[in-house]
Design a binder for this molecule. Structure first.
Ligand code: MG
Ligand code: MG
Length: 260
């Protein structure tokens, strides 16, 4: 189903998006060498509850996962890229951490992901992966202008990732979002311009380029949730929720210091 939100629902989505961005930035600022993934999960839970919001994850039980997720944020480390189930792991210098968070506030959901390297060392391969997903996300958002179609976004994202030298997995990608976290239309991370669903004001999309350094193949961890690169290589993921307006896309999950 594709939902088109009315202006008051879009206004509420902005509040949800700001909350998601603020939680991610707070978690990022607190995370250091020695932080445990379960601490990150508890910080997130506390911030969601304090805001009077609801987790989209804790009771989430999709066809591909094993039982309810049971946690409040996805923490994917190094070769883990999507749906990282928090576990008793202490972060080390140079770990590449991807955080993915979706919450619902006032009946409207928002979804965002960030990737960063923990500690002082900045491995060039990890920095390149993160930069590629951030640039691809920016290009995808720029392609979501008036009259655009989902294929224009997919093409823009895929072009950046391919030019950066990565192959693209099409099993998971962007999606519509609104009263629930995952809705149509699907927005693949590669595609043909001019194809797909024509964007309309009031549509919310979560765009989420992700890459693996030397493969497009995923394997599922023994935890039944975490998706890892088949080769054990490093990975990165960036995601924003955007609202389609008459004039183009508005990013709802910008960090506070970068909001207009
Ligand atoms: Mg997400
Ligand atoms: Mg998403």
């Amino acid at each position: 189903m594709i939902e088109i939100l009315n202006p008051s629902e879009v206004a509420r989505a902005k509040d949800t998006g700001a909350l998601v961005a603020d939680i991610l930035q707070t978690v990022k600022s607190r995370t250091a060498v020695g932080t445990n993934l379960l601490d990150i999960d508890q910080w997130t839970k506390a911030m969601i509850l304090e805001a009077g919001a609801e987790s989209c994850y804790v009771d989430y039980e999709p066809s591909f996962g094993r039982g309810p997720f049971g946690h409040y944020i996805c923490t994917s480390v190094n070769d883990a890229v999507l749906h990282g189930l928090p576990y008793d792991y202490t972060l080390a210098d140079g770990d590449l951490l991807s955080l993915d968070l979706a919450v619902s506030l006032g009946g409207v959901a928002a979804d965002s992901a960030i990737s960063f390297v923990v500690g002082e060392s900045k491995p060039p391969e990890s920095v390149a992966l993160i930069n590629a997903t951030e640039r691809a996300l920016k290009a995808g958002i720029a392609a979501a202008g008036p009259g655009a179609r989902t294929g224009d976004i997919s093409h823009a994202i895929g072009s950046v990732l391919r030019e950066a030298g990565y192959s693209i997995n099409t099993e998971f990608g962007g999606h519509g979002i609104g009263s629930t976290m995952h809705q149509d239309p699907h927005v693949s991370n590669t595609g043909r311009p001019g194809r797909g669903y024509k964007l309309r004001p009031g549509l919310l999309l979560a765009l989420e380029p992700w890459v693996m350094a030397d493969t497009a193949e995923l394997v599922t961890d023994a935890d039944g949730w975490t998706l890892r690169s088949a080769t054990g290589c490093r990975t990165a993921h960036s995601e924003h929720t955007i609202a389609i307006t008459e004039n183009g896309a508005e990013i709802l999950t910008l960090p506070k210091h970068t909001r207009p």
